[in-house]
Design a protein around this ligand. Structure first.
Ligand code: IMP
Ligand code: MG
Length: 181
């Protein structure tokens, strides 16, 4: 797999260090409040797990699955809910855990969806932010790292379902996805 990676952006150690900081800040901000942590499958699963271990206040952990890129590398803007939350949303403080915010279209849909279901508050924590391609105005309260406008993989983030198991975050070589276009 390493031969398909152009450049390693963040090592496992750097990510773990950053997630510790995010967990500490979140634990501080929600102290004395209820908290429902919502990981967006599948990309955020490794990040959400690491983050959950670093949240030191009581919280619930749930997951949602939404349709995303599939095999292509462009967002369609169409969001479908493939797996909904098991927990009730009404009156809860929700923290959405995302792997990467790109156009922001997925999150803008999810924010509206959870708002309509009566959440008390909704904030976003994202491991990565690809600001260059933003189309929707999204307020990411807790952010790990900014990334360049490249195809990113690793630490849960895939290309055509592969590379999620890389322990680091890297840039996928262009020729890997160009040949499948
Ligand atoms: P958005 O709706 O354009 O913000 O994209 C949201 C989703 O697209 C993310 O949660 C990722 O699953 C996926 N995505 C965006 N950029 C990348 C990337 O560089 N590599 C892999 N997946 C990506
Ligand atoms: Mg995602």
């Amino acid at each position: 797999m390493r031969e398909d990676i152009k450049e390693i952006l963040f090592t496992e150690e750097q990510i773990i260090e950053k997630v510790k900081e995010l967990g500490a800040q979140i634990s501080k901000d929600y102290k004395g409040e209820d908290l429902l942590v919502v990981g967006i499958l599948k990309g955020s699963v490794i990040f959400a797990s690491e983050l959950a271990k670093n949240i030191t206040i009581p919280c619930e952990l749930d997951f949602m699955a939404v349709s995303s890129y599939g095999k292509a590398s462009e967002s369609s803007g169409v969001v479908r809910i493939l797996k909904d939350l098991d927990n009730h949303v009404e009156g809860k403080n929700i923290l959405i855990v995302e792997d990467i915010v790109d156009t922001g279209l997925t999150l803008s849909y999810l924010l509206k969806y959870l708002e309509d279901r009566g959440a008390k508050s909704i904030e976003i924590v994202s491991l990565l932010n690809k600001e260059a391609r933003r189309k929707a105005n999204i307020d990411v309260k807790y952010l790990g790292f900014n990334v360049p406008d490249e195809f990113i993989v690793g630490y849960g983030i895939d290309y055509a379902e592969k590379y999620r198991n890389l322990p680091y975050i890297g840039i996928l070589k262009r020729e890997v996805y160009e040949k499948n276009k």
